[in-house]
Ligand binder design. Structure first.
Ligand code: PXL
Length: 283
């Protein structure tokens, strides 16, 4: 049997709303991967569509936790980061990458900061500069198209997208440093919605789309990126891992739509967990 892989997931805990750590931990664990968590903040809910949420910042606890692990000699096969609440947290995570990065460690950055052409209101206008620096240190980045535009300082275009436009975005993002780039929210015809990937090692592009489901549901980016990281660590190519992550996410969205759940409450990925390993090995 293959040695069990170990991932370090660095995200906030949004207690209610199924995103960040409450998604990364179950999804990656369900794939048979040991998941270590480093919570950066505890919120009563995520910040998308809720008002009055609580926010307990844990910035001061992050380095003592990592220093303890270093003393124990812990090593990770991947470090996966998502929502980071401040420049200070971005800098700390960058330092953690330097401390824990060894050969063959996958550094995966989901530069959570924007959607639908707009930066999330909680972030200052220069936040993308901080995220860009972090992305330079990553092997894999998973922006949506709005985040990609902010990272590249280029205008955002709504669907339908052209293949030339998407290939330009993927190649230019790879030029920042990451060998693997996956962008979400890509639609070539306005009907199918999905993700495009670029593997700079093989110069290979891929695209997987499925019929768009409205409305948009919160937390889907985290469901997607967690499944993608899990599939990559289980040995899938980037193109296959992207296809698996699209399937897992769209199935979660379909169940949620069918149940008529409030779109702020996240998606029903839980009913897909038992099938995730089958999806990864048999896709
Ligand atoms: O799903 C990304 C995410 C994670 N954590 C918090 C968020 C969001 C998106 O809005 O607000 C706190």
């Amino acid at each position: 049997m293959q040695r069990q892989k170990r991932v370090l997931a660095i995200h906030d805990i949004s207690c209610f709303g199924r995103c960040s750590l409450t998604v990364a931990l179950p999804v990656i664990s369900a794939a048979g991967i040991e998941t270590t968590v480093l919570p950066t903040a505890v919120l009563s809910t995520h910040t998308g569509g809720f008002t009055g949420f609580t926010y307990r910042d844990l910035t001061q606890d992050i380095m003592p936790v990592v220093n303890h692990w270093n003393g124990l000699g812990l090593e990770f096969d991947a470090i996966y980061t998502g929502f980071l609440g401040s420049f200070e947290q971005v800098d700390i995570v960058s330092e953690i990458f330097d401390m824990l990065k060894k050969n063959n460690v996958l550094i995966a950055v989901d530069p959570v900061m924007a959607d639908y052409g707009k930066l999330y209101s909680i972030f200052p206008p220069n936040f993308p500069e901080g995220m860009r620096k972090l992305c330079r240190k990553a092997n894999l980045i998973v922006p949506n198209l709005t985040e990609a535009a902010f990272l590249l300082d280029e205008p955002y275009h709504d669907a339908p997208h052209t293949r030339e436009e998407i290939e330009h975005i993927l190649r230019t993002l790879a030029a920042l440093g990451p060998e693997y780039v996956v962008v979400t929210g890509v639609s070539y015809d306005g009907i199918q919605l999905g993700s495009a990937s670029y593997d700079a090692n093989t110069d290979e592009f891929s695209y997987t789309g499925e019929t768009r489901i409205e409305p948009m549901y919160h937390g889907t980016g985290d469901v997607f990126a967690s499944a993608l990281v899990a599939a990559l660590l289980k040995g899938c190519t980037l193109a296959r891992a992207t296809a698996i992550a699209v399937r897992f996410t769209v199935a979660s969205i379909s169940r949620t739509k069918e149940a008529g759940t409030d779109n702020r409450f996240g998606v029903n990925f839980e009913d897909g967990l038992a099938g995730l390993n089958g999806l990864i090995s048999g896709y």
